[in-house]
Design a protein around this ligand. Structure first.
Ligand SMILES: CC(C)(COP(=O)(O)OP(=O)(O)OC[C@H]1O[C@@H](n2cnc3c(N)ncnc32)[C@H](O)[C@@H]1OP(=O)(O)O)[C@@H](O)C(=O)NCCC(=O)NCCS
Length: 161
């Protein structure tokens, strides 16, 4: 049986990424130019969840070095592939990338009505840290969610005696 692999996206994934945009976000989908910019820019990255040759999920992130913050712009999984851990896997890989870049906290905005996404983020340790009114248009508010990077102890040299 094929396993879901999470890996960085490249140009060859654009078609699969646009399918995800259409099937998961409808009218609010990112354009091809936006998706391409997320892949190409040095302060952003895109991960895909692939099942064989099919792209079944994506995550798009930004790196705000000035704030030492990793920002998750979107996580999405094709409707018929949900509830198998793929969203969680994508999120974990975003965080691993942030951690490698020394970013101390991870943030995102999510529609206050998007129960699936809120539950995903809460299940992975994110906390609601405020609300931004009308973030998605009149009457559509966003929660600001935050997770602090785990504190890693640096190894120390041990005296031989
Ligand atoms: C949010 C989304 C990415 C979750 O993807 P997923 O692959 O189904 O997530 P997972 O299977 O990894 O779920 C992990 C946990 O999140 C929570 N969760 C996910 N979907 C849920 C739902 N519909 N209802 C309640 N809890 C949910 C559960 O705790 C789940 O663990 P469990 O299945 O063991 O109970 C997916 O629903 C999606 O693509 N939604 C549309 C796009 C979107 O709105 N993205 C977020 C804003 S950018």
């Amino acid at each position: 049986m094929l396993a879901v692999i999470v890996r960085p996206a490249d140009e060859g994934d654009i078609r699969g990424l646009l399918r995800i945009e259409v099937e998961c976000f409808g009218n609010e989908k990112f354009s091809a130019e936006t998706v391409r910019a997320f892949i190409e820019r040095s302060d952003s990255f895109v991960l895909v969840a692939a099942l064989g040759t099919e792209v079944i999920g994506s995550a798009m992130c930004m790196i705000a070095n000035s704030d030492r913050e990793g920002r998750i712009a979107s996580v999405a999984v094709l409707p018929d592939r949900r509830r198998h851990g793929t969203g969680g896997k994508l999120l974990a890989e975003c965080e691993a990338f942030f951690e490698r870049h020394g970013l101390a906290r991870y943030t995102l905005e999510v529609d206050t009505m998007n129960e699936a996404a809120i539950m995903l983020y809460i299940s992975k340790g994110y906390e609601i840290n405020g609300m931004i009114e009308n973030f998605y248009g009149a009457g559509r508010h966003a929660y600001l969610m935050v997770k602090r990077a785990p504190v890693r102890k640096r190894s120390v040299a041990v005296r031989p005696s």
